[in-house]
Design a protein around this ligand. Structure first.
Ligand SMILES: Cc1cc2nc3c(=O)[nH]c(=O)nc-3n(C[C@H](O)[C@H](O)[C@H](O)COP(=O)(O)OP(=O)(O)OC[C@H]3O[C@@H](n4cnc5c(N)ncnc54)[C@H](O)[C@@H]3O)c2cc1C
Length: 562
């Protein structure tokens, strides 16, 4: 259903079961689950889908090995479980991630760990090999009996340097274990939204619709359609506040003075450094900086993703990656790969977001729990459920808990589980190489797509690739002139099928185009022209959109136009 039809439907009939405010991964998770249970649910976001904290992650579907040190066994166990489900349910967008932990000390941290566990040690300090080995043994034990990824292994200096010759020669050991990599969290999010809407007209999702506050009539909430420019009142039985770092400001709009979130800012950079990318193989390097902070370098397509920081911040709207953070990232890469400097001009993209963590008295942000919780308030007769915290990885489990509570309030029963539900293009997609090749060959034979191109499409869209291929007459896609590897039919498919409203939705959240530094001005112009003709933009509107997005990428994401 398009936004005009949804807004008109709501103006005609404002009564709904559930209003979900915030289409980050937590709001989307609960939206999909409620949709699956047949509940009449409306999801709104003041921006695009997955444009807040959920678009700032380190791209890991991980159990969070370091949380074991804080005693968070429940969280780690749940997260490992969810990571495994993602690897199966969305195998096109979530890949097993071989993770290397280089270590420079043997015993350090052995005494710290128990002190940290009971909360006596606030200052981060470098952990040694023994502590990491114990942690990895625990981590393996958690997946015992449902092993989707291989167990960890531990190697000494000689073997480690043989494998990674450019690694700092002071390394003493390296561990290798597996987690999951979210290749495009934003695509995963939109595919979840589309799956939910496919459940029927009872599930409706609107981007660029803000919650303004309560209406004059009891039980009424006012939404503003930021694109259509009109107000839409709704009367829900339950409100789910999934506004992440903005949970308290949203509750304040209801007159609820909550203090559920104290944000912590984290930034990343993406660099185009072929030498570093080669030295890392297809691995993540996950390690402790000398200051005890856990940081990472992640091989991501032909780029390297580097992060992250953990800095207290009051206003989530002001989160940007700073020059100091960039200096910090460049310095820690130099510690791991001293012979391969990262230069500022190699940065093709930078991003920053705010973790919606609960307020805490911990002296460093790394010790604040990453677990999620459900808070319940009431506005007259309407329950307000706030979804606080959580990891990207655990969205399904959190969504399930919030859905169960909502169903309880509505006096309804769960009809189906989401545990084994495939996501978007993960449906019908085999994860083994032979099965994948079979699907690629179907694209070749049934749709006339060349084999290599079929593989690229499958990597991006899973089985949704058939929808792209259908747009190309006899497989003859028209490739873009200014953006390698993308076709007009592919872009037209995204614009028509994936609730795209603006050019930045396309380059930042329906694709990795901007993230990988490929959204130069000529590419933006070509993309805007395709979007504009599909959405009926005038020439002036199209060129203004290009200017706006070019400025957004330059100012907010450090991306320079080639
Ligand atoms: C730097 C960083 C790294 C991370 N790395 C990982 C990782 O590798 N793995 C992992 O599992 N997790 C990771 N996380 C955690 C995870 O990304 C977040 O916890 C999660 O995305 C929070 O999702 P959310 O839906 O609660 O919030 P958000 O994604 O912020 O969604 C909230 C939404 O509410 C909307 N909103 C706000 N006000 C209004 C309003 N008035 N009306 C309508 N909408 C409104 C916003 O626009 C926003 O889209 C990371 C987080 C950060 C910040």
């Amino acid at each position: 259903m398009d936004r005009k039809a949804i807004c008109e439907g709501l103006l005609e009939k404002p009564d709904i079961d559930v209003l979900v405010v915030g289409a980050g991964i937590n709001g989307i998770g609960v939206f999909r689950d409620l949709a699956r249970q047949g509940v009449d649910v409306l999801l709104i976001d003041r921006g695009d889908f997955c444009s807040g904290a959920s678009s700032a992650s380190s791209h890991m579907a991980n159990g969070g090995i370091r949380y074991l040190e804080n005693g968070e066994f429940r969280l780690v166990s749940e997260a490992v479980n969810e990571r495994n489900r993602l690897l199966v349910n969305a195998s096109h967008l979530v890949r097993p991630l071989p993770t290397v932990v280089p270590m420079f000390k043997f015993f350090s941290g052995l005494l710290n760990a128990p002190f940290k566990f009971v909360g006596w040690l606030d200052k981060p300090s470098e952990r040694g090999a023994v502590v990491i080995k114990i942690g990895l043994m625990f981590y393996d034990a958690l997946t015992h009996g449902r092993r989707i990824v291989p167990k960890h292994r531990f190697e000494g200096r000689k073997k480690t340097l043989e494998r990674y010759p450019d690694l700092n020669p002071e390394v003493k050991y390296a561990a290798m274990y597996y987690d999951g990599q979210l290749l495009s969290p934003e695509r995963l999010a939109i595919e979840l939204v589309l799956d939910a809407e496919a459940e029927g007209g009872h599930a409706r999702a609107l981007s660029y619709v803000s919650l303004l506050g309560t209406g004059p009539e009891a039980g009424t909430f006012v939404l503003r359609d930021e694109i259509g420019g009109r107000d839409v009142p709704v009367r829900p039985h339950v409100v789910v506040n999934a506004a992440g770092p903005w949970i308290d400001p949203v509750n304040a709009r209801f007159g609820l003075p909550t203090r559920y979130v104290a944000g912590s800012k984290g930034s990343h950079i993406v660099v185009d450094n072929p030498e570093l990318r080669r030295a890392m193989g297809d691995h993540e390097f996950f390690f402790e900086n000398a200051d005890g902070r856990i940081v990472l370098m992640l091989a991501w397509y032909d780029r390297v993703l580097i992060g992250t920081s953990d800095l207290a911040i009051d206003d989530a709207d002001k989160a940007v990656c700073t020059e100091e953070e960039i200096d910090y990232f460049i310095r820690f890469v130099a510690r791991i790969f001293p012979s391969i400097p990262v230069k500022r001009e190699q940065i093709v993209f930078a991003f920053s977001g705010v973790r919606p963590l609960p307020p805490s008295t911990a002296k460093n942000a790394g010790q604040i729990s990453r677990d999620h919780s459900l808070k319940e308030d009431r506005l007259g007769k309407v329950p307000i459920l706030s979804l606080v915290g959580g990891k990207w990885t655990t969205f399904r489990a959190f969504g399930e808990q919030a859905t169960d509570r909502t169903l309880g309030i509505l006096g309804r029963k769960r009809r189906q589980s989401t545990e084994c539900l495939p996501i978007g293009g993960g449906a019908g997609l085999p994860s083994d190489p032979a099965g994948l090749e079979g699907i690629a060959l179907r694209l070749v034979h049934e749709k006339g797509i060349p084999f290599e191109r079929a593989r690229t499409l499958l990597e991006r869209y899973g089985t949704r690739s058939f929808g792209v291929a259908e747009r190309a007459a006899a497989g003859a896609e028209r490739m873009l002139r200014n953006l390698q590897g993308y076709s007009r039919e592919e872009i037209a498919f995204i614009v028509a099928e994936e609730k795209v409203e603006r050019l930045d939705d396309l380059v930042l959240r329906r694709s990795t185009i901007a993230w990988l530094g490929r959204a130069g001005r000529p590419a933006l112009e070509e993309l805007a022209e395709i979007m504009g003709s599909a959405l009926g933009w005038s020439e002036t509107a199209t060129s203004m959109e290009v200017d706006r997005v070019a400025a957004l990428l330059r100012d907010r994401h450090f991306a320079h136009s080639p």
